[in-house]
Design a protein around this ligand. Structure first.
Ligand code: FPP
Ligand code: MG
Length: 357
């Protein structure tokens, strides 16, 4: 049960300078990835450089590094690319990048973060094989690290990612089947599983007891919920140019995300408008000017109806609840309650609900 909405303070924006001490370790992750044995194929090399060189937010490896330090007490700052801890956290970034390559094929996305996607520039064929290539690299790194429990964790992640993505696909354009339970299941698979693996693998690497590792996993799933809820929010609250994709992109693809679920609970009459969006979105495949214009009108109507409810505030509040739950679990595992690395990790996790991309 959520607290009253007024009880949720806006978290401060993340101060990027707090991560400065870990900057060299973050760079080491990127260098390690870039320095993987290059492929012979020109197309694959181009796709690899595009993907690994794109320098995303590195959120997964950064959380991994911070948690490593918080749990071990040993500094994770200034690590070199040869350090197995860098290689361990780099695996999560490689798998993340592979999912993006494949996801852009599935979503037929031409841009990501405002830049052309690999599938747009080099074609679906190359994007799929480049994703597979990154997964193969991740498997090789895991083999070299030589920890079978961690190999198992990441093999479960690959299965969960596929399962979550396909569950999302099966629920598309079906507002009745898209329940909160299904929403959580889908998020655990497509988003939470990788955060869970990142945190759990750190615990396993450090030899933490099984129970603690399972809690690290659970905290990752909770943070994954918060992360996906924030992604859902961006679909409504940020303009298309900033986000690099059209607003209400989820609804246009038949995805019933959290803001829609809350809005439908509060204003069941919005279901009629949503069904209209779904019908038109499916018709737009036939692509006539008439249906495209009608879809834009229906999306605007849906957005207006939705903004009259408290759905965005509720989604943000739920993301905040999941973040705090994750942080409480993680804090309970710390050998020393006053860990600077954990403080930064908490800031980073809390600032997630404020992110704009
Ligand atoms: C982005 O979602 C996509 C994911 C978080 C997971 C995608 C998973 C797969 C494609 C299946 C398995 C892939 C591998 C490599 C095992 P989104 O489309 O909601 O968000 P976006 O705005 O970032 O595209
Ligand atoms: Mg996508």
């Amino acid at each position: 049960m959520m607290k009253p909405l007024s009880a949720y303070p806006t978290p401060p924006l993340f101060d990027a300078s707090s991560l400065l001490p870990w900057h060299n370790s973050q760079e080491a992750v990127v260098t390690f990835l870039i320095n993987q044995n290059p492929p012979a194929s020109r197309q694959l090399l181009q796709a690899f450089k595009h993907s690994v060189g794109s320098r995303g937010k590195l959120i997964r490896p950064t959380l991994g590094l911070l948690m490593l330090e918080a749990l071990s007490g040993d500094s994770s700052q200034q690590l070199s690319e040869a350090d197995p801890r860098i290689q361990l956290v780099a695996v999560s970034e490689l798998i993340h990048l592979a999912t993006l390559l494949h996801d852009d094929v599935l979503d037929e996305a031409d841009t990501r973060r405002g830049k052309p996607t690999v599938r747009f520039t080099l074609g679906n064929h190359t994007a799929i094989l480049a994703g597979d290539f990154l997964l193969a690299k991740a498997s090789g790194i895991l083999a070299d690290l030589g920890n079978l429990e961690i190999v198992r964790i990441y093999s479960n992640v690959l299965a969960a990612l596929c399962d979550g993505e396909l569950l999302q696909h099966e629920l598309c354009f079906d507002a009745t089947a898209s329940t909160w339970e299904r929403y959580q299941q889908k998020n655990h698979g497509k988003t939470g599983s990788l955060f869970a693996a990142t945190l759990e693998s750190v615990g396993r690497w450090l030899g933490y007891p099984n129970e603690a590792c399972l809690q690290l996993h659970a905290a990752g799933l909770d943070f994954g919920m918060a992360f996906q809820l924030t992604d859902d929010l961006l679909d409504y609250s940020i303009d298309a140019a900033t986000l690099g994709k059209p607003v209400l992109d989820d609804a246009r693809h038949g995805i019933v995300n959290a803001p829609l679920l809350f809005a439908l609970e509060e204003s069941p009459e919005l279901d009629g408008i949503l069904q209209g969006v779904f019908t038109l979105a499916q018709a737009v495949e036939g692509d006539t000017t008439y249906t495209t214009d009608a879809l834009e009108t229906a999306c605007q109507q849906l957005k207006q109806g939705l903004l009259q409810t408290q759905t965005l505030e509720k989604t943000k509040a739920l993301a905040s609840d999941y973040t705090e739950k994750a942080l409480t679990t993680l804090k309970s595992l710390l050998p020393d309650r006053h860990s600077p690395a954990f403080e930064v990790l908490a800031q980073l996790m809390r600032a997630n609900t404020q992110r704009q991309s």
